[in-house]
Structures are given as structure tokens and as C-alpha cells.
Design a protein around this ligand. Structure first.
Ligand code: NAD
Length: 423
């Protein structure tokens, strides 16, 4: 990678953008062909991925620029249908660069597999009985995945607790598994299914569920960055962002949207790299509400120089092998563009992107209101919805962006007007 700090990347033609990224990260001619065709996935392959396939649906793949994370430059691939997300992330990363970019890290890839036992007569004593044979249970779990063990991963611990529910006391075990570069759902599910009968034998009662938890609390990723007060727009912008953050952290209605904005970037990256977006969303939103109320996933403070300091921490169960990361041709190219060596590095980069996204959204709302920033792309979408064909599209967009607010009715009116004038 040379640098992702490419100014006015958006002004390049698509051909030039692809060339720029390809030269930087070393994409092959075949990769470039796949990107340009926009159809890395064939119908045959799609038919193997899910059931009842009748076609395919594509999304735009964009690249966010300017990201400097732990001193390394990254182009960030994002698959998303929503306008402004890629631009917002790039702008935030550009501003973060003024003070050295982002710092980020991620924990080991430890996932939780749960085993639920009901009708255990003596759950507290049962917990101890199972604990006594923990070593052999871990060994049996690891027997299901020698590849993972050879890579230095595998089951590392088994913990348990008694949980009171509306159906009585239950004994719940957590098998902790280091999934290395895999997201780990199938890996962990296979392990808990393998040891569940033995756990039942030792504990008594009946085994019910044996399944992964998406609250990947041992697999946290974090990022932080300093945003120069003057670069972000001065004291009033810093103050405004601090107020906006306090609002999100105190009010669930605002918090939901605040965290949705953070996930805009993270989920777009997850989709581009073939990761399980639902798993990531479930983990992040549950984590945000763990204290009993919805909290912002990111935090904003002011340092002694008056600069804005942002940090974020959330569980991120993402992989660079397994699932669609290994089977979707575009996901493989996206991982090449990112040039991450491990799942931990991928999670750390995602956390930085989430922080960037939160900064960009808060700043846009403080400075100009979110709609203004969205205006051109919004106008474009409405123009297309209103039936603008390529010959009049630019003119329709130009007319619409002269308005202070744009509605679908405006777009219909402008399109009709141009048609009547024979433009
Ligand atoms: P997977 O089943 O493809 O397993 C990956 C395997 O690759 C590992 O078990 C290991 O044997 C091997 N491997 C090779 N190199 C490795 C490396 N460097 N690090 C780690 N493993 C390596 O994938 P998975 O990650 O176990 O499962 C992910 C899939 O499961 C996703 O597609 C997800 O959507 C799906 N899923 C999710 C849920 C959930 O989130 N609740 C439930 C079921 C399935």
C-alpha cells in the first residue's frame, strides 16, 4: 500500500479509481475484471450458498480513503446502498489524519458457545462436578477441529452459572473458543454439540440448547483518535459534538440512531468482506444495552488542548476465513484491498471506521444538518425515481440542488418540465 490519503478520489473516473486502488494493493487483472463486471458471484455459486435461489441482488462497492490506523494506510471497501456513508467516513479519516490518524486494537478471537441444562436437581453442585472434568471436555471439543488447534486456537475454557428464568433454575455453561481468523459460529456450534451429552451426564438434568452466543464479549475491538479543534471547525463544533454525544448516551431514541450511524460503516465493511452482518449487529446493539439502557458505542471528550477525542469499544466477531469471506469472489477482493493479515486486524480497522462514521454524522448534524450533506446524492436518487433518463439526469440534479429542500414531487415537476421543453 502506498497511501490511502488520495485527495479528490471522488473526482476520478471509476476506471481511474479502480486503477489507483489496484496499483496500491496489488489487485490482479482478474480481480479488476471481477470488480468491473460487478458479478463476482455466479448463479451456480449462489445456488450453493442459500436455499431456493431465483437470482442475485447487487450492491455498490465503494472505497473510503484517508484511513491511517496504527500508522498503516488502508483503503476501506464498503458495500452499501445508502448515499453519503463512504464520503462521510473518508472526510472523518482525513480530519483524523491531522493528529496522526486512529489507534486501534482487538482481543483474541474468543467466542462463546452456550449449553443450556434444565431440571438439574442440584445446579450449584452440578456446576462443580462439570468443572472437575473441564480438561477432558476441552480436549473432546478440540477433537472436532484439529485444524483450528494446529493453528493455535481451539476451546480454552468452560465456565458456568445458574440462571433464574420464568421456567425455573437453569444451569448455563459457556465454552470459550479461540476461533483465530474465523468468525467461528459453525466451529463453536460443532464443539458444544459434541460435549453437551457428557455435560448432561455429569450435571444431571436435560440438555436443551447448544448454540453460539452473538454477544462476543471476549472479542472486543476498540479504536480512538484525536480530532484537531480547528480542523473540525472550531470550538463551537467541539461543543456541539459533546452535547450531541451526551444526548445519545442519555436518550434511547437518539441512541438507536447514533449507534445505527456507527454500524453504517461497520456493516458496510462486513458486507464487503463477506462477514455476517446480522451477527455483528446483534452483538453490538446488545452490548450497547448491557447496562440496562442503550448507551452510545462511541464516547467523545475534550482533551487539555481543546481537541476532540473519540473512542469506541464494541464486540466484533469477524473473520478473514470461513463463511462467505472464503466463497464470495468480491469478498476475497475486498479483503485484498484491506490488506489485513488477521481477523483481529480486521476487527480493529472496523472499530476505527465505526468511530469515523460517528464523528462524521455528529459533525454534519452540528454544522449543516444531515440533509444538506446528503443533498446531491439524495437529488440523484429522487431524480431517478421520478424517471429522469441519463440525457437529462445532470440537469435535473442541478435544478433540484438549487432548492433548500428536495421532495419527490419536486423531482417529478423538474423532470416533467424538462421533458415538456424538449430538453
Ligand atoms: P467455517 O464453518 O467455514 O469454519 C472455518 C474453519 O476454517 C475453522 O473451523 C477451521 O477449521 C478452518 N480454518 C482454516 N484456517 C483458519 C484460520 N486461520 N483461523 C480459523 N480457522 C481456520 O466458518 P465459521 O467461522 O465457523 O462460521 C461462520 C459462518 O457461520 C458464517 O457464515 C455465519 O453466517 C454462520 N453462522 C452464524 C451463526 C450466528 O451468528 N448465530 C449461526 C450459525 C452459522
Amino acid at each position: 500500500m502506498t497511501t490511502s490519503d488520495v485527495s479528490e478520489f471522488y473526482k476520478l473516473t471509476m476506471e481511474e479509481r479502480v486503477r489507483r486502488v489496484a496499483d496500491s494493493v496489488g489487485l490482479s487483472v482478474e480481480d479488476i475484471g471481477t470488480l468491473k463486471a460487478g458479478s463476482g458471484l455466479t448463479l451456480d455459486k449462489a445456488d450453493y450458498m442459500i436455499e431456493n435461489v431465483i437470482g442475485m441482488m447487487q450492491l455498490p462497492l465503494g472505497v473510503a480513503t484517508h484511513f491511517l490506523i496504527n500508522g498503516k494506510d488502508y483503503f476501506i471497501p464498503m458495500a452499501i446502498e445508502e448515499p453519503s456513508v463512504v464520503a462521510a467516513a473518508s472526510l472523518a479519516a482525513k480530519m483524523a489524519r491531522v493528529k496522526g490518524g486512529f489507534k486501534a486494537s482487538a482481543d483474541r478471537s474468543i467466542m462463546i458457545g452456550q449449553i443450556q441444562l434444565v431440571e438439574v436437581p442440584d445446579p450449584h453442585a452440578a456446576l462443580q462436578r462439570v468443572r472437575e472434568v473441564k480438561g477432558s471436555l476441552l480436549e473432546i471439543a478440540n477433537g472436532t477441529n484439529p485444524t483450528l488447534v494446529n493453528l493455535g486456537g481451539g476451546a480454552v475454557d468452560l465456565t458456568g452459572r445458574v440462571v433464574d428464568t420464568e421456567r425455573g433454575r437453569m444451569l448455563i455453561f459457556h465454552l470459550l473458543v479461540d476461533c483465530k481468523d474465523a468468525m467461528g459460529a459453525n466451529t463453536v456450534n460443532a464443539m458444544v454439540e459434541e460435549i453437551a451429552p457428557l455435560v448432561e451426564e455429569m450435571a444431571g438434568g436435560k440438555v436443551r440448547l447448544r448454540i453460539l452466543s452473538n454477544l462476543a464479549i471476549h472479542r472486543m475491538a476498540r479504536a480512538w483518535a484525536t480530532f484537531d479543534r480547528d480542523a473540525v471547525g472550531g470550538e463551537h463544533v467541539v461543543e456541539g459534538i459533546l452535547d450531541a454525544h451526551a444526548f445519545a448516551d442519555a436518550d434511547p431514541y437518539r441512541c438507536a440512531t447514533n449507534n445505527k450511524g456507527i454500524m453504517n460503516g461497520i456493516v458496510a465493511m462486513a458486507l464487503a468482506t463477506g462477514n455476517d452482518t446480522r451477527a455483528i449487529e446483534a452483538g453490538a446493539h446488545t452490548y450497547a444495552s448491557l447496562s440496562g439502557r442503550c448507551r452510545s458505542l462511541a464516547r467523545w471528550e475534550r482533551n487539555e488542548d481543546g481537541d476532540l477525542v473519540g473512542s469506541i469499544e464494541l464486540p466484533l466477531a469477524v473473520g478473514t476465513v470461513g463463511g462467505a469471506t472464503s466463497s464470495h469472489p468480491v469478498a476475497k477482493i475486498a479483503l485484498k484491498i484491506l490488506d489485513v493479515k488477521t481477523a483481529q486486524e480486521l476487527a480493529a480497522v472496523m472499530a476505527a471506521v465505526g468511530l469515523a462514521q460517528n464523528f462524521a454524522a455528529l459533525r454534519a448534524m452540528i454544522k449543516e444538518g444531515i440533509q444538506k450533506g446528503h443533498m446531491k446524492l439524495h437529488a440523484r436518487n429522487l431524480a431517478i425515481m421520478a424517471g429522469a433518463t441519463p440525457d437529462i439526469l445532470d440537469e435535473v440534479i442541478s435544478e433540484l440542488t438549487k432548492l433548500t429542500k428536495i421532495t419527490y414531487d419536486d423531482a417529478v415537476r423538474v423532470v416533467r418540465g424538462l421533458r415538456e421543453r424538449g430538453t
